[in-house]
Ligand binder design. Structure first.
Ligand SMILES: *Cc1c(COP(=O)(O)O)cnc(C)c1O
Length: 354
């Protein structure tokens, strides 16, 4: 039986995408060869890469707006340093909303002055800071749109003339945003787009070329752009599956359509958390993530029963991250409303037992 997969990442992908991807491993589109044994310079793969890059810009509403989409390797973690390498000449600002921002800050410090303009560390990162000042001499301001671990999400982005750089790993393609507000944003594929192994990086071309340092080719956005994201052998399987997922999303009606479903899923679980005394939400209400719902069980004596019921129902991956504890239900694009319903039904049964 297929489980209800609430894993935080790698995570659920659309079933039809996995079906198609598995077929392509055996034989790609009737060409007598596997996807993973053909040259990345073959017409077949070049077409796949071009489709992936153009679908990304199309879904994000950035076609013809001076942006480029790249599919790179090294995870979002490599983007922590690559963004700074390419963009940080003097001083950059970072909003610290937890683990991922901290890692980005650590890497950026290797390249210039880093100012932490705001932090929610004082409450174990259970909220998104607001109303902070942004110095106007920053090379860029770095944000994490959704904190996967703490279950917080930026609902309103700061209004500033400072260029914005954003880690969107865990909520890319999940909600409508004006993506043209960002100079650079990136997302490891394994949260909402595909298997681990590639990272989508979207860059406003005019934002580049402003640092004076020399940049090694593999870490230079301009090099990757000039080679159409094929400077070296790309992660062909991860790019192909990401392309299929984006095609799935487009066929569904794009980001607007999935956003509506994602809101329904989030409302369903958060209203249960709020009404049910057996559970308590971790993140501040107005900053709650529509992707990762974090909560604890208030009556510890019910924990074993709850865990057992979840297991019986085929619920996978709801243990919280070790820095928060409790539970985390990740509800990425491919997770159905029905799966959330199964979890919420078990939560509400717990109330009757309590
Ligand atoms: C998972 C995650 C990362 C790390 O991604 P890797 O691809 O493993 O390097 C970075 N930022 C956020 C917000 C994440 O959720």
């Amino acid at each position: 039986m297929k489980k209800h997969n609430f894993s935080a990442g790698p995570c659920i992908l659309p079933q039809e995408v996995m079906q198609k991807a598995s077929e392509a491993v055996l034989e790609l589109d009737g060409i007598g060869l596997s996807l993973i044994e053909i040259s990345h310079r073959s017409k077949e793969f070049v077409d796949i890469m071009e489709k992936a890059r153009s679908l990304a810009l199309e879904l994000l509403g950035l076609e013809g707006k001076g942006y480029q989409a790249l599919f790179l390797q090294g995870g979002a973690s490599t983007q922590f340093l690559m963004a700074a390498y390419n963009m940080l000449e003097n001083k950059a600002g970072y909003v610290n909303t937890g683990t991922w921002s901290l890692k980005a800050i650590k890497e950026a410090r290797l390249f210039g002055d880093v100012v932490e303009v705001a932090s929610s560390q004082d409450h174990n990162f259970n909220y998104i800071p607001r109303g902070y000042g942004i110095p106007n001499d920053l090379d860029y301001l770095h944000l994490t749109s959704n904190n996967t671990i703490f279950g917080t999400q930026i609902k309103e982005f700061p209004k500033t003339d400072v260029p914005l750089v954003c880690d969107m790993s865990s909520d890319i393609f999940s909600r409508q945003l004006d993506f043209s507000k960002f100079d650079i944003f990136y997302a490891g594929a394994q949260k909402n787009m595909g298997p681990a192994g590639t990272t989508l990086v979207v860059i406003r071309e005019e934002a580049l070329g402003k640092v004076t340092r020399k940049i090694p080719s593999m870490l230079d956005y301009s090099v990757h752009i000039s080679k159409d994201s094929m400077f070296n052998t790309p992660p062909v399987f991860a790019v192909y599956v990401s392309m299929l997922t984006m095609q799935w999303l487009k066929d569904l009606g794009g980001i607007a359509a999935i956003e509506e479903i994602n809101e329904k899923k989030a409302n369903l679980i958060y209203s249960e958390i709020d009404l049910n005394p057996v559970f308590s939400g971790f993140a501040a209400k107005k900053d709650r993530s529509n992707m990762n719902a974090t909560f604890t069980i208030t009556d510890e004596t019910l924990k074993d029963i709850f865990d057992e019921k979840c297991k019986e129902a085929g619920i996978n991956g709801i243990n919280g991250h070790r820095s928060v504890g409790g539970y985390r239900a990740s509800m990425y694009n491919a997770l159905s409303l029905e799966s959330v319903g199964v979890l919420v039904d078990i939560m509400s049964e717990m109330e009757k037992k309590g």
